[in-house]
Ligand binder design. Structure first.
Ligand code: FEO
Length: 169
């Protein structure tokens, strides 16, 4: 059984993952309209992943006798000033998620909820990977700067970059 504190923190995390999914969806749609096919594909997949993170938490809360709350998601921006800005947003979001996961893990230890603590280890590893990928992509974009052909190649190679950074399962 979940304590009220852990249940509330898990529900906050559900809302955060849903917000991330919606935000990435907005970035996917914007980059698609701007003609960045590879980047938008990558972001559509990231948006799906965040939804999967949200669902996994939601099912866990219900399974453990709590009640998952489907919160309202905030409206993401309609447009972005540049591709670099999109990836800055991605990194900022991932850092925020990591911080929240870490707080959640700490709360589980305080509450002696070792089941939820164990469940959250998957998120801890996932965040190392996602934050690492967001950092790598930002570093590449910093190197590219305003070079249009560099950005063209970044758009073409982004999935390859993802598989290079992602750890094997
Ligand atoms: Fe679910 Fe990328 O944090």
């Amino acid at each position: 059984m979940l304590s009220k504190k852990v249940e509330k923190a898990l529900n906050d995390q559900i809302a955060l993952e849903a917000d991330a999914s919606q935000f990435y969806l907005a970035m996917a749609s914007w980059t698609e309209c701007e003609g960045y096919e590879g980047i938008s594909e990558f972001l559509y997949e990231q948006a799906d992943e965040e939804r999967m993170h949200m669902l996994k938490l939601l099912r866990f809360v219900n399974e453990r006798g709590g009640k998952a709350i489907i919160a309202k998601v905030s409206a993401p921006p309609k447009s972005f000033s540049s591709v670099k800005k999109v990836f800055d947003n991605l990194l900022t979001h991932e850092m925020k998620v990591t911080e929240h996961i870490n707080k959640l893990v700490y709360l589980c230890l305080q509450e002696k909820d070792y089941t939820t603590h164990n469940f959250l280890q998957w998120y801890v590893s996932e965040q190392i990977e996602e934050e690492g990928l967001a950092r790598t992509l930002n570093d590449k974009l910093k190197l590219i700067g305003s070079d249009k052909s560099g950005l063209y190649m970044f758009d073409r190679d982004i999935q390859k970059l993802r598989s290079q950074v992602a750890k094997p399962e």
